[in-house]
Design a binder for this molecule. Structure first.
Ligand SMILES: C[S@@+](CC[C@H](N)C(=O)[O-])C[C@H]1O[C@@H](n2cnc3c(N)ncnc32)[C@H](O)[C@@H]1O
Length: 227
């Protein structure tokens, strides 16, 4: 993080600080991204239950590994991320008729229209937003899905080993390693989804889903359907 931003943070708080910190963190992170990497285990596990030719929106595609995996395997994909660096690299290298990349804030973006998508996919992004943003987003996702459309979520749990590390900035929310994470309580997430109208097809909380280097966090997986 540069000195200007570090200084600016002394006088700003709340959502503006989160926006600045996270944008800077992820832009820096993706500026060193040069090549295609393996899709996540979550994407590999979801692919068999997603029908070819259907339209999927990815909320927070990062370096595009899962979005590209879905598109290569027959889905039409719209991939959104706030990182202009990540999205411009993806647009210049990988955009084609089966995949579109959009630089935007997925909470407030108009890309989530009405009755537009068969699937919405969020891997490790629901914990990047505040509870208020999550409430806005989940309703918008519900509205944007077609009947029987599915929402796939993989997200950090309050049972994660790194829960509680760093600076506490809200309920279950911390700045750690220069970016924001809000750890999720499984039952609260499923209740919220049900209150919006989703049916819960699957809700699990376990490790061995998202192994990365020497980390094997307990994560939550939810599949919710608009019925
Ligand atoms: C932990 S990374 C996960 C990336 C990807 N889903 C994966 O699994 O590799 C979180 C991503 O969410 C993006 N993100 C977080 N909040 C966002 C928001 N409100 N709108 C758009 N993108 C967001 C970040 O820029 C970052 O690329």
């Amino acid at each position: 993080m540069d000195l200007y931003l570090a200084k600016k943070q002394e006088s700003i708080t709340g959502s503006e600080r989160k926006y600045l910190m996270d944008n800077t963190y992820w832009d820096n992170y993706y500026s060193t991204m040069n090549e295609w990497i393996e899709p996540s285990q979550f994407a590999k596990d979801i692919l068999p239950i997603a029908d070819k030719g259907k339209v999927l929106i990815e909320l927070g595609c990062g370096n595009g590994r899962d979005a590209l995996f879905f598109a290569k395997n027959g889905l039409k994909v719209v991939a959104v991320d706030q990182s202009k660096i990540a999205i411009s690299k993806l647009q210049s290298t990988y955009a084609n008729e089966n995949i579109e990349f959009i630089a935007d804030d997925f909470v407030h973006s108009n890309v989530l229209g009405s009755d537009s998508f068969n699937y919405a996919y969020s891997r490790f992004t629901m914990h990047s937003i505040t509870e208020e943003e999550q409430d806005i987003l989940l309703q918008k996702v519900y509205d944007s899905l077609k009947i029987n459309g599915k929402l796939f979520i993989e997200v950090r749990s309050v049972k994660d080993d790194i829960y509680g590390l760093g600076e506490e900035v809200g309920r279950n929310a911390y700045y750690y390693n220069e970016h924001y994470r809000r750890f999720i309580v499984l039952e609260e997430l499923t209740q919220k989804l049900q209150s919006i109208g989703f049916q819960i097809n699957k809700a699990v909380e376990a490790n061995n889903f998202a192994i990365y280097k020497d980390e094997n966090p307990i994560v939550i997986r939810v599949i919710a359907q608009k019925s």
